[in-house]
Structures are given as structure tokens and as C-alpha cells.
Design a protein around this ligand. Structure first.
Ligand code: ADP
Ligand code: MG
Length: 552
């Protein structure tokens, strides 16, 4: 009779469940899983730290709707992978962390790299389990993937002791479950849909907020129709960008502060009222704001602010219901409303302010000039990763997206050091598109070694380091006694671009707009990755905000 081992069962089961990309680092006891994954047709991307591998797996989940996998060794390796497990869980992205673990029969004896891995994973996952025997591995793989994509998407963990992996079982004893179906597109209660439309009709200052749940749900067509029909102004969260074109006439992104503060009815489409949205509370929001909240997770409805109307269901389905209700009883927000005029005025003012910084040719450059160059040279459909506090924030206002799922950043968990991994995920999911990874110098440092990964797989990512000599910048030199350096200062004018040359990529060090323009052009045409190290003004800042709480 033919036999099959645990490694092969994992690989074939995951492949069947639609897992196409596995990021990780091999070692005891998972060498066999990576090899079996490749044999089963899963792309294996060998990374340099499990932390980055786990971040990449979560990004794949957001981009494809099926979990990316992260493979780690036992103990310390699995613990590094917890970073990405937590990040995916906080962002509601499917991913599966696969931890090798010490032999089950050595448990409690102080085995090599022994750790309570299932327990460690539990708090940051929807599902964490160790199969009870080799032959049942396929059952657990299906459970894990199904949990990660249904309901509110999230992270899952599977634990595989060494002795389960190598064990051979009779093929006739195992069944590999069929691919679990796409999650059903659940609809909201029809009477709630009607109530939502009734509340909208009463609005004097309505606002739609589009979050990354809308991008994840592929609700772009429905939301574009909804915005076009109702003519309500909208804002997008960082990764909700592009669900409706950022440059749509109804986008009030440049007047974000005013829009949030004065709106009387807010339609929340897959965005949580957490820190990113200042909890939906004053002073950022009006104390009497009414929310119409659409979310797949019933428990999310009413968090921080009681919802006027809660619509529990899938974004695409529920916005479709709203559109049908509007077909039956048309509603359009008045084109002459004072709200529209006030927002329009603010948009024009703020755009002019930023425009001045974007055309400033002074050397050293500031953030806006650098980002404008990236904007001008990016072909349509360019995928943007941005991180580093200021780099990320400012890039959001300069770089425009006309399609969803084209931007990744530190997101809900504020995870710095995620950038190189997300850029790698972007490029493996979309091999034919341009990927630009815009990094603050401190953000780059967390996972800088992943440039080797990008070079090895010939992923032609353009890494742009916006270098201000440290965390938050501000320093032009270090004191002679280095132990008196400010804690946030890094090497002045560090030559990060030289790193990539050791792996066959191309490095550029630039200071002027002309140098930036020429190097970016070359890098975008290159078939290998590049680093463009841009030495900006260490004192450069974002546009000053009117209230301190706008940046806190
Ligand atoms: P953002 O950071 O863009 O504001 P959040 O991550 O805070 O977005 O919120 C995304 C929300 O979208 C989560 O509350 C999540 O439950 C929800 N969500 C995810 N997938 C769907 C879906 N298919 N339909 C409806 N809501 C969804
Ligand atoms: Mg910096």
C-alpha cells in the first residue's frame, strides 16, 4: 500500500485550500514542509527573519482573500512569527502561521526549542491547534483556512511536532477535504437597510468613510455606485484608498479634519472607530454624530459610539442592498448644500498649501518633493508600500490610487518594520506590476536584510529610503562621545544603498530633485531591485496641523 508523510499532507491540504504562497525560514523540524510545499505547487519564498515572513503572509491574505502561509521552526522561530500573526489578526487579514515544534513524546522534558506554541498563538488568532495525529492533518488544515476567511477574517495557527511530520501513514486512511468555498456574502436585515436610507435622508452634513474592509470585500463597484447615486462626500482610510478613485470629485480627503468634525451622519463602510478614526468621539467628531455602520462582525457595531443603524453583513452585499433600496426610492444629497461648499473651500485651500511644498526645488529636499517625484513617475497600477511615521502619513496625501488594494502600510497595529515584507508580498502576488517601497530610514532598518530576498528572487522592487538620519530625524551630526547621542539618532547620512549591491541590486545615493528623477527612472526600468537612498532635510516635517490632537 502507498504511504504518505505529514509534510506532504500539509502541503497538499494547504494547496487544495487555495494557499499559493508560503514565506518562511527552514530548519528543524520544517525542512520537509518547504520541500513538500514546492512539490505541491506552493511558491516558497525563503526569507531572512520569520518576522518579515509572517508580515508577508498577512499581506497576501489581504491582497488575495486566501491566507498566505508563514513557515517557522520551533521555539524562537515561531515566536518571531507571532509578530505577523498579531498584525494580521489586528488588521482582520487571513494568514496561517505554521510552526514546527519539538517531538510530542518529549513534551515537558525540556526538548530542543520546546515552547507552549499553541497557547502563545491563541490570543492573536481565531484558531490555534495541533493535530492529534498525522492522518488528521488535512482536517486541521481545512478548519484553519476556513476559519481564517469566514466571518471577520483573521489569523490562524497550526502546530506540527517533528514526530508527526516524518511519520508515514497509509494513503487509504486519509481524506483531503475539498477546497472550502468562498465566504458567503451575507446580507443585512431588510428593515435596517430601510432605516439606513431614512436616516440618510435627514442628513445635512453626510459623510461616507471607506475602510480596508471594503477593499478586502471587493465592494468597489457597489460603493462607486452608491457614491455616484447619493453624491455624498467621502473619505478613505489609508488602505481604503482607491475603492473609489482618490481623485474623484466627491473625495474630501484634503479636508479630512473638517469633514470628520462637522459631519452629522457618517456611513462607515468597513472601517472601525478605533484610534485611526479617533474613536468616533469629540473633538475629532461631533458629539451628536449619527453612524450607519456596515461590518461583517456584529460585535463591532456600536463600539465607542452607539450606531444609529447597524448593518451586519458583507460589504459588497449590503451596499448592493442599499443601492437597490435607492433604486426604488431615489435620494441624492443636494448639490447646493452649504456642507458641500464648506468642504470644497477647505479642499482647495489645503491642496494649494501642499502644492507649494511639492514644487519646492530646494536642496536638501523635503518629503513632499520626494513623494511628488514618485507620484509623477509611477505608471498606472503601481503598488505602493509606505512606512515610517512621517513617510507613511505624507505619502497618503500625495500618492493617489484609482483602484483598490494598491497600498499597504503599518495599518491598524502601527507595525513599523513591515515594509520590505509587504513589498515582497505585493511583487509575488502581482509579478507584472511595479512595486515601490517607500521607507523611512528607521523603518527600513528593522528588516533591511530582506533586500537580499528581493534580489535572490529577482523581484524588481524599487526601495526608496527617505533618510533623515534617524527616528523622526532632526540631527546633522553625532556627538564625539557616541553614548551621548540622542536615542533617536542613527548614522548620519548612512549609505544604505551600498547594501543591495552585494546581492546584485543597484544602489543610488541622491540629494537633488534631478538626481532623484534620473535614478527613479532607471530603477523603474530595471529588472533587479534597487535602493534609492534620498538624503532629505533632517528637519523636514509634515504640513503643520491646526490642533495638536490631529497628530497625536
Ligand atoms: P481601516 O483601518 O481601513 O479603517 P479597519 O481594519 O479598522 O479598517 O476595519 C475593517 C473592518 O471591515 C473590520 O471591522 C472588519 O470586521 C470589516 N470587514 C472585513 N471584511 C468584511 C466584509 N467582507 N464585509 C464587511 N465588513 C468586513
Ligand atoms: Mg527617519
Amino acid at each position: 500500500m502507498a504511504t504518505i508523510d505529514g509534510n506532504t499532507l500539509i502541503a497538499r491540504s494547504l494547496k487544495k485550500q487555495g494557499v499559493d504562497h508560503m514565506f518562511g525560514i527552514v530548519g528543524f523540524p520544517v525542512f520537509g514542509i518547504a520541500a513538500a510545499a514546492q512539490a505541491a505547487g506552493i511558491q516558497f519564498i525563503g526569507m531572512r527573519n520569520e518576522q518579515a515572513a509572517s508580515y508577508a503572509a498577512g499581506a497576501v491574505g489581504f491582497l488575495t482573500g486566501r491566507p498566505g502561509a508563514c513557515l517557522t521552526v520551533s521555539g524562537p522561530g515561531m515566536i518571531h512569527g507571532l509578530a505577523g500573526l498579531a498584525n494580521a489578526q489586528e488588521n482582520c487579514w487571513p494568514m496561517v502561521l505554521l510552526g514546527g515544534s519539538s517531538n510530542s513524546y518529549q513534551e515537558g522534558r525540556g526538548a530542543f526549542q520546546e515552547a507552549p506554541q499553541v497557547e502563545l498563538a491563541r490570543i492573536y488568532s481565531k484558531y490555534a491547534a495541533r493535530p492529534d495525529q498525522t492522518s488528521r492533518i488535512p482536517f486541521y488544515c481545512e478548519q484553519a483556512v476556513r476559519s481564517s476567511i469566514t466571518g471577520r477574517p483573521g489569523a490562524v495557527y497550526l502546530d506540527f511536532p517533528d514526530d508527526f511530520l516524518a511519520k508515514q501513514v497509509e494513503e487509504s486512511e486519509v481524506t483531503i477535504p475539498e477546497r472550502c468555498p468562498e465566504p458567503s456574502r451575507t446580507q443585512a436585515d431588510a428593515s435596517d437597510v430601510q432605516r439606513a436610507i431614512d436616516v440618510l435622508r435627514t442628513a445635512e452634513r453626510p459623510l461616507v468613510i471607506i475602510g480596508k474592509g471594503a477593499a478586502y470585500s471587493h465592494a468597489e463597484k457597489e460603493i462607486r455606485d452608491f457614491i455616484e447615486t447619493t453624491q455624498i462626500p467621502f473619505l478613505s482610510s489609508p488602505m481604503g484608498k482607491g475603492v473609489v478613485d482618490d481623485e474623484h470629485a466627491l473625495s474630501v480627503a484634503p479636508a479630512r479634519g473638517l469633514a470628520l468634525q462637522d459631519a452629522d451622519v457618517v456611513v462607515l463602510l468597513g472601517a472601525r472607530l478605533n484610534w485611526i478614526m479617533h474613536f468616533g468621539l469629540p473633538p475629532r467628531f461631533d458629539a451628536n454624530v449619527k453612524t450607519i455602520q456596515v461590518d461583517i462582525q456584529a460585535e463591532e457595531i456600536g463600539r465607542n459610539v452607539p450606531a444609529e443603524v447597524g448593518l451586519v453583513g458583507d460589504l459588497q452585499a449590503v451596499v448592493g442592498q442599499l443601492n437597490s433600496a435607492l433604486d426604488a426610492e431615489p435620494y441624492t444629497f443636494a448639490s447646493d448644500a452649504a456642507w458641500r461648499t464648506a468642504l470644497g473651500k477647505k479642499v482647495t485651500e489645503n491642496k494649494a498649501f501642499v502644492q507649494n511644498m511639492m514644487v519646492d526645488e530646494a536642496v536638501p529636499m523635503g518629503y513632499y518633493r520626494v513623494l511628488r517625484e514618485i507620484r509623477d513617475q509611477s505608471p498606472p497600477g503601481t503598488l505602493i508600500q509606505a512606512e515610517g511615521a512621517q513617510t507613511m502619513d505624507i505619502s497618503r496625501s500625495v500618492l493617489m490610487h484609482s483602484e483598490p488594494r494598491e497600498r499597504l502600510d503599518a495599518a491598524t497595529f502601527g507595525t513599523m518594520g513591515i515594509g520590505l515584507a509587504q513589498a515582497i508580498a505585493f511583487q509575488v502576488v502581482h509579478p507584472d506590476r511595479k512595486v515601490i517601497c517607500i521607507e523611512g530610514d528607521s523603518a527600513f532598518g528593522f528588516s533591511g536584510m530582506e533586500v537580499e530576498t528581493a534580489c535572490r528572487y529577482r523581484l524588481p522592487i524599487v526601495f526608496v529610503i527617505i533618510n533623515n538620519n534617524g527616528i523622526g530625524g532632526g540631527f546633522n551630526e553625532l556627538p564625539e562621545d557616541r553614548f551621548q547621542s540622542p536615542a533617536s539618532a542613527y548614522t548620519i547620512e548612512a549609505g544604505y544603498e551600498k547594501m543591495i549591491e552585494g546581492f546584485g541590486g543597484k544602489g543610488y545615493s541622491v540629494r537633488t530633485p534631478d538626481e532623484l528623477s534620473a535614478s527613479l527612472k532607471q530603477a523603474l526600468d530595471d529588472t533587479m531591485p534597487s535602493i534609492i537612498n534620498v538624503h532629505i532635510d533632517p528637519q523636514a516635517r509634515a504640513k503643520p496641523q491646526k490642533h495638536h490632537w490631529l497628530t497625536s
